[in-house]
Write a protein that binds this ligand. Sequence first.
Ligand SMILES: [Zn+2]
Length: 276
Amino acid sequence: MPELPEVETVCRALEKCLPNEQIVEVKVRNPQLRNLIDEEELQSACKDKTILSLRRRAKYIIAELSDSTALLLHLGMTGKFRVVDQGEAFKKHEHVCFELKSGKSWRYEDPRRFGIVKHVALPAPGATPDCLDHMGPEPLLYSFTGSYLKQFTKAKTKPIKNMIMDNNCVVGVGNIYASEALFRSGISPLKPAGTLSLPACKKLVMKIQEVLKEAIEAGGTTISDFATPDGNEGYFFRELAVYGRNDEPCLTCGTHITKKTLAGRSTFYCTKCQKG
Ligand SMILES: [Zn+2]
């Protein structure tokens, strides 16, 4: 499932090829994504509009159009974008296609169809759509600090891992990155959130930012191919210390990595290194 670094990478890649493109036609080949697309409505909302910019909020991509509206996009479990020439044959699961005035075709592919392609109003140019208002801070922005995390988790008994994966606390920290950041912080994923000290909160915030930045940087190396027909959409090989490594030796101490299910999600950690 694409997590924040992948979405950021995809967004940056789209940002290189879509701004100033004008949408001339919308083709919906299968309207049933997580939302049900009304082709006529989407067509009339987007036709002749210019794509001004692309930005990310949580795991959503906001493609702002020239009339203070936007396409709100989510990759779900298996969503991918590609920008190809209009003559290019459609792939089986390319469900939505925006034909551009330049002769390019911006396509959304999604075999499992958990993604979202939706037209929304923006409260003002450059703003975030109202439907994303309730979300917590972006993990890579200044508003996400150790003091914020300490304040937010105060008196909370939920395990810290569940807390940092909760969009109300901070957005876009998925299972893999939560596990890796907790390992690097030496904090057990099971620790009740409210019992973390301020220094521990500071360290955890730093490590969350570190793993996300590393992942974005690694993803960034694949961007240049993005606009080609068989382009890479921004996924990358990840070097993981704990995630998916149950029963393998810890890279630091050699103890076998433990796997537990926490809030329905696989959780991997080292019982010796993560005692904090
Ligand atoms: Zn260890």
